[in-house]
Design a protein around this ligand. Structure first.
Ligand SMILES: C[S@@+](CC[C@H](N)C(=O)[O-])C[C@H]1O[C@@H](n2cnc3c(N)ncnc32)[C@H](O)[C@@H]1O
Length: 286
């Protein structure tokens, strides 16, 4: 929206209906304070669809055959996709120093490592994980797969393309950028050896039927995704993550996030530089 563009008015009553629809679809929750943000971000979409009221838009979302696709479009316009390479580096250091060596020991006989970047946005998190795994040199002849998923199709297109501008590198040391990227006229492109380790797919994390298609994984990164969810959706997602993790698998959340009041199923592990969650190992018999 630009200054001077028309605004279609969103009443509090209609806002709350829209908010509940978004919440049950994908977990994101908007408090009443977000009314004007939602109004301004969606006005252009209504104009594009030829609708002149939020009543009509709500009706379209609920009853039009294209309503589900439109829900995705709407969520795309309302979500925050902010991300960058090597975000929250102290946690990544713990991943390299503690988690990867432990997984290397534990999975030696299987020689297969699966990591899931849940809510990967434009892919920087998934690629960072791949770069860190590669740089340990521990998994060179292993089958390593990093799966990045997001509810937004637009960010996934960017992730698959793997080309980034300067803001994606705000926390990347120059030698790492030189090692893992090739300069192109469009920006810095992730090298093929790293791209080959990463796969991206469209997934709503609250879609219970489709989430099982991820299979079982050894590590889940879900950082800065649930901060936008309400408590019920967070608890639900945590229980889905529990089911997807192998015994002893790790769950890494953003630095402002925790499982306090959400789940007691995980154990808290104190690593050299961070606290992370782990699905307990199955206790062995006597
Ligand atoms: C702020 S970004 C975080 C990116 C990255 N994990 C990081 O920490 O840098 C949050 C991402 O979560 C995605 N997201 C939000 N709700 C989702 C859901 N229900 N299913 C899948 N992705 C979701 C958004 O589309 C957005 O791209």
């Amino acid at each position: 929206m630009r200054i001077g563009d028309p605004i279609i008015e969103l009443s509090l009553k209609r806002f709350r209906l829209l908010r509940d629809l978004i919440n049950s679809f994908c977990g994101i929750y908007f408090s009443d304070d977000s009314l004007f943000l939602v109004e301004s971000r969606l006005t252009e979409r209504l104009l594009f669809l030829g609708l002149d009221s939020f009543d009509d838009y709500y009706h379209y979302l609920r009853y039009n055959p294209k309503g589900e696709t439109e829900l995705e479009e709407m969520v795309d316009l309302l979500t925050t996709n902010e991300t960058y390479f090597y975000r929250e580096e102290y946690q990544l250091r713990a991943f390299t120093a503690d988690i990867l060596p432990e997984l290397h020991r534990r999975l030696e006989s299987r020689r297969r490592l699966m990591v899931w970047s849940a809510g990967c946005a434009t892919g920087e998190e998934a690629y960072t994980v791949a770069m860190m795994i590669k740089d340990t040199g521990l998994f060179d002849d292993w089958d390593v797969r990093i799966f990045g998923c997001d509810i937004s199709r637009q960010v996934l297109t960017h992730a698959r393309r793997g080309i980034y501008g300067p803001s994606a590198f705000r926390c990347t040391r120059p030698e790492l950028q030189a090692r893992h990227f090739t300069k192109t006229p469009q920006g810095y492109k992730v090298k093929d050896s790293i791209r080959a380790m990463c796969h991206f797919g469209h997934l709503n994390l609250l879609d219970e039927e489709r989430i099982v298609l991820v299979g079982h994984v050894d590590v889940i990164f879900c950082r800065n995704v649930m901060i936008y969810f309400d408590k019920k959706s967070k608890s639900h997602l945590i229980s889905l993550f529990y089911d997807r993790l192998r015994d002893g698998g790790f769950l890494l959340l953003g630095h402002t996030e925790s499982l306090i009041n959400l789940s007691t199923a995980f154990e808290l592990v104190h690593l050299s530089e961070d606290l992370v969650y782990r699905r307990p190992e199955v206790p062995h018999g006597p």
